[in-house]
Design a protein around this ligand. Structure first.
Ligand SMILES: Nc1ncnc2c1ncn2[C@@H]1O[C@H](COP(=O)(O)OP(=O)(O)OP(=O)(O)O)[C@@H](O)[C@H]1O
Length: 617
């Protein structure tokens, strides 16, 4: 969690410092068009419904014009005709409602399914990327891409596309009807267009700046809050509450001011538009009114004109408001497509070799392997290591010696830069990754448990593995009694990362996974957490059981774990500096003996400490 928050903060800071690149609108539409093609029928139906809804809506003022000019003012006293017009008016408003409903539903359906498939593809693509990508890119920013960036695309459909079609068509229709009614009056009204454009352009850039300022200040406020929450213990220990409160107040006030400015600008823009609208109506009433008095214009036409002028401004206002949404959607799409463009560094060759896990013997050879995370900085240096099938290898060494890097190479999270790694004589780069993953099983220092039941965590959500096999595996390694004690046994739901379980319980569940999946090569990055002696014994027994018949590599932080190993490797600065059995290495009197004596000393100290503690009690 703390890591996630830190990553997220990094992203926020990066966002704040990142220069705002120019959105690429054309490539955005191109990117989406291939998805939109799949839904072309739905989009065609959406456009059809939009046209129907607009026609039904805009015909209403025209009907009133007909009622006024051809009926009320014509002195025909046609009650039946009036009733028919009212009936049609009612049917038109029902149709407008019906087609608007359909139009929204169709667009939502197409838009949401496009967003859902982009999200699905993005998640699948990210999960194929290599570990080096995850080293470079903080997980927080990936979470943002999967959640908020795809949400921005969703808004693109719900708001931008909807407005472009609905409001765009409405404007064209209104203009058409106005020209039909009175071309001269329409030309006079169009004189207002440059003023509308001027106001819109002036406000638009100002509104964008106020919007961005409010967003940036909100990001700062949220990042500051997250940082404080994750480091609350330090703040309290160092009595920094007052200073943090001051900083929070400052950021909060600054966000408040930016928000007020944004709201004010919005209100001012909308009101200016309204004033302009009223001005246009007054203008038309004055011009048209004179024409009506001079009997060159029918009264109904003036009525319809005034109604259309009122309707004319609203779509312009709505379209201009879509600018921000269009910009954020464009930026989001560019970001997502940039991820799609990244190719996994570790990929299967064009003709990968296939190895059946059941036929694997478990021989592993590191041949003159050199590897580094950054160019020119090797962390594994010209390393040779040959492991017999079924051999149990313990790996020890100081922090940063390269132990975890060595096993990351065997799992092919990264590729070696020099030399090669062979499994039963096959270079692991030539093997299908899916096969390698089935052959090499990894139990990490912090076994990762997912939100879900114990059962699903053991079988990794693979429904083809039966409940019975899971129970058998847990019984085999001695985890069954622990699981039975849980509230719902094997169906107990675990929260994210298995919080609520002890480190030992999490280890045992991950051992059960190994039994279920039966990898031929087992790698165990032993947890450093202090376990109580009972759990330690349980884990020790489980380890013995799972390692049986498998080539096993254990990175040990407590030497007691690997004292019985067939061979112990001592690593330092990316090289194996000593190797042999425990007895052999102790006799040799080198680094291992030092580590051993050190660990014995620590044990003794701990014993004495707990002894004196119990006496003092
Ligand atoms: N993902 C990574 N990106 C860059 N450098 C890394 C990465 N992982 C490890 N390193 C560096 O590589 C070196 C070897 O690290 P490694 O984790 O393999 O050591 P280790 O022996 O397993 O250490 P520890 O016992 O502390 O886990 C260290 O200097 C470390 O900082």
């Amino acid at each position: 969690m703390a890591q996630a928050i830190r990553n997220w903060e990094m992203d926020q800071k990066a966002d704040l410092n990142e220069p705002q690149s120019k959105p690429k609108y054309i490539s955005t539409f191109k990117a989406l068009s291939s998805y939109m093609k799949e839904h072309r029928l739905t989009f065609a139906a959406f456009i059809g419904c939009t046209l129907m809804a607009i026609t039904a809506e805009l015909m209403q003022p025209y009907l009133v014009k007909v009622a006024i000019d051809d009926n009320l003012l014509a002195g025909v006293n046609d009650y039946r005709g009036l009733l028919v017009i009212c009936g049609i008016y009612f049917v038109l408003s029902l149709s407008s409602m019906f087609f608007t409903y359909l139009q929204n539903n169709l667009l939502q359906k197409a838009g949401q399914s496009i967003v859902a498939s982009i999200r699905k593809r993005l998640f699948a693509h990210i999960s194929k990327l290599s570990m080096s990508y995850f080293d470079r890119v903080p997980s927080g920013s990936l979470i943002t891409h999967v959640s908020s960036d795809t949400e921005a695309i969703s808004q693109f459909f719900n708001q931008v596309i909807l407005s472009l079609f609905r409001d765009g068509f409405t404007l064209i229709f209104i203009l058409f009807l106005m020209f039909q009614l009175d071309a001269e009056l329409t030309w006079y009204c169009l004189l207002l267009l440059p003023i509308i454009a001027g106001i819109t352009i002036a406000f638009r850039s100002y509104m964008r700046r106020t919007y961005q300022m409010a967003r940036t200040r909100l990001s700062r406020l949220v990042a500051f809050t997250a940082e404080n929450l994750s480091g609350m213990n330090l703040i309290q220990v160092f009595h920094q509450q007052a200073e943090q409160k001051r900083q929070f107040r400052e950021k909060n006030d600054s966000y408040f001011r930016a928000n007020i400015r944004e709201v004010r600008t919005n209100v001012l823009f909308n009101r200016s538009f309204e004033i302009l609208n009223n001005l246009a109506i007054a203008f038309v009433t004055w011009l048209g009114g004179q024409a009506v008095l001079g009997t060159t214009l029918e009264f109904g036409v003036l009525y319809a004109f005034i109604t259309y002028i009122r309707l004319f401004f609203q779509p312009i206002n709505t379209i201009t408001q879509q600018w921000n949404t269009l910009q954020s959607a464009t930026v989001a799409i560019n970001r997502i497509w940039n991820i799609f463009a990244i190719q996994p560094e570790i990929q299967d060759s064009s003709k990968p070799e296939h190895l059946k896990p059941s036929e694997v013997k478990g021989r592993v050879d590191f041949n003159s392997v050199t590897f580094g995370y950054a160019a020119g900085q090797p962390v594994i240096k010209d390393l040779d290591l040959h492991i017999r099938p079924g051999e149990w290898i313990g790996i020890v060494g100081t922090t940063g010696a390269g132990k975890s890097s060595l096993i990351s190479l065997l799992c092919r999270f990264y590729d070696v830069q020099q030399g090669n790694i062979e499994l039963d004589g096959h270079d692991i780069r030539s093997l299908a990754q899916a096969d390698l993953n089935r052959i090499v099983g990894l139990v990490q220092q912090e076994p990762y448990l997912y939100s879900g039941s114990v059962l699903d965590n053991v079988r990794m959500f693979d429904e083809t593995i039966s409940r019975e096999s899971v129970i058998q595996a847990c019984e085999f390694i001695g985890a069954d009694p622990l699981i039975q004690k849980m509230s719902d046994g094997y169906d107990t739901l675990l929260s994210e990362r298995g919080s609520g379980l002890s480190a030992g319980e999490r280890q045992l569940i991950s051992f059960a996974r190994i039994i279920v999946f039966q990898p031929k090569i087992l790698i165990l990055d032993e947890a450093t957490a202090n376990l109580d002696s009972h759990t330690e014994q349980l884990i020790q027994n489980a380890l013995q059981l799972v390692s049986e018949g498998r080539t096993t590599l254990v990175i040990a932080h407590r030497l007691s774990t690997i004292m019985d190993a067939d061979r112990i490797l001592v690593m330092s600065k990316g090289r194996i500096v000593e190797q042999g059995t425990h007895e052999h290495l102790i006799e040799r009197g080198g680094v291992y003996q030092e580590l051993y004596l050190h660990s014995q000393g620590q044990k003794q100290e701990r014993k004495e400490h707990s002894h004196s503690f119990s006496h003092s009690k």
